[in-house]
Structures are given as C-alpha cells and as structure tokens.
Design a protein around this ligand. Sequence first.
Ligand code: ADP
Ligand code: MG
Length: 240
Amino acid sequence: MIRFMNVHKWFKDLHVLNDVSLNVAAGEVVVVCGPSGSGKSTLIRTVNQLESINSGEIWVDGKNVVDPKTDLNALRAEVGFVFQHFNLYPHLSVLDNITLSPLMVKKMERAAAEKLALQLLERVGLAHKKDAFPAQLSGGQQQRVAIARGLAMQPQVMLFDEPTSALDPEMIGEVLRVMKDLAESGMTMMVVTHEMGFAREVADRVVFVDHGQIIEEAQPEEFFMNPQHDRAKQFLRQLL
Ligand code: ADP
Ligand code: MG
C-alpha cells in the first residue's frame, strides 16, 4: 500500500531522510518511533506530500506520489492525516469539520455527507457533540473528531503524527482505543508514537528511526524484548 524507495530529503544541509526504504502492506499497522528530531514527522508527511523529497520514490496504492503529475487533492483524499494538535477548524461545528472535505473535494451531496459524518461520530463515540465547536471539547474529544474527519474522505491509509502527545494523560486512552478499533477494521496505518503499550498491542511492525535512517525494523515483541542497536536500547531505556 505504501512503498518508500531510497528516499532522501534535505532541509538545507540537514540530511533529514537518509536512504529510507520501507514497505507497508495493505491492512498493516506500522509504528514509527525514535528520538526527537530524528525525522519521524518528515517521513510520514512525505506520504501525502506535505513534504517533498529530493530523491527516491514513494508509492501509495500504486501511485507515484512524487510524480509532479500526481493530483495532490486526490492523493490527500486517499491518505488521511491526524496531527498532534488536532488542527480542527475552530469556526466550524464538529459536524461541519467532518463534512467540509467530502462536500468541497468529493462533491458529495450534503445529506450523504452528514449521514456519513454522523456514522463516524458514532464510531468515535461523539455523536452527541455534533453541534459543538472545537473549543467546547476536551483535547481527547477534539482528536477523536480529527480522526473522524480523516475517515470521512474514506481513505486507503491513515497517518498519525504523535496523536496523543498533546493530550492530558487521562485522555490518551480514549484516542488510542479509537485507533485500535480502526486498526482492527483493517485500515493501513503509520503511527508516529511513543505509546509503547499501543505499539505492543496493535502494531504489526515497529520501525526505529535515528538521524533520518531506519536503523531497526521488527515485530513489536522482538523490538521491545531484544532491540539490536545501542541507540534503540538507549531510546527504550529512556521511555521507562
Ligand atoms: P521528529 O518528528 O522525529 O521529531 P522532524 O521530522 O520533525 O523530526 O524533524 C527532523 C529534523 O528536521 C529536525 O532536526 C528538525 O529541526 C528539522 N526540520 C523539520 N522541519 C523542518 C523545516 N521545515 N525546515 C528546516 N528544518 C526542519
Ligand atoms: Mg515529530
């Protein structure tokens, strides 16, 4: 579903992605972890071209996303992205946040878009908040709305960039539960997170990034019990 082939990216002279190759199969959940500044956000942002790359190839569902002829709106409809800071539209109600892209980008009928939005709100446990505005919701609720908004485009892939790291601890679980449900429904997911409980329970694979390189790639149990590289060992020690 997602294929990175020898991807390189520089920010000026900072080599932020250094020869990254990675395949994510349909229905697979890959957790990306690594130290702050290692390139995790940049890596997943390249998948829907929120960041360009300097060389290499990235394919999503059979489409070469770095080809200048690729339609970025169509790509972003296929690849949902959930940000650390939710990024809901503050002036729109919960329902309108979710229906906006289906209406504007997919040209869906309003009745159908609203029906879909309500189903998704049901799924994330927030149907009763459809008329609320983002500022009236807790962080955990806002993030669940952001997930529903991503799903409203009926994407093939969902990307998450530290979706719980801006949340108070008591709200982390409700967001991880929604993500776990989504994983169990068969969604292809790349998740940047330091929630190692989630990684252990939900991920098919853990990828450890350091200085823009994937230096370790393993099944969760193997990664946690028997990390191979010193930098991975050190990283895991710091999380304890
Ligand atoms: P992570 O998500 O692992 O913390 P990032 O992908 O955000 O890492 O960043 C990797 C490196 O690239 C960091 O050194 C960061 O400062 C730098 N960086 C990120 N975005 C930009 C940018 N737009 N311009 C210049 N440098 C950037
Ligand atoms: Mg980041």
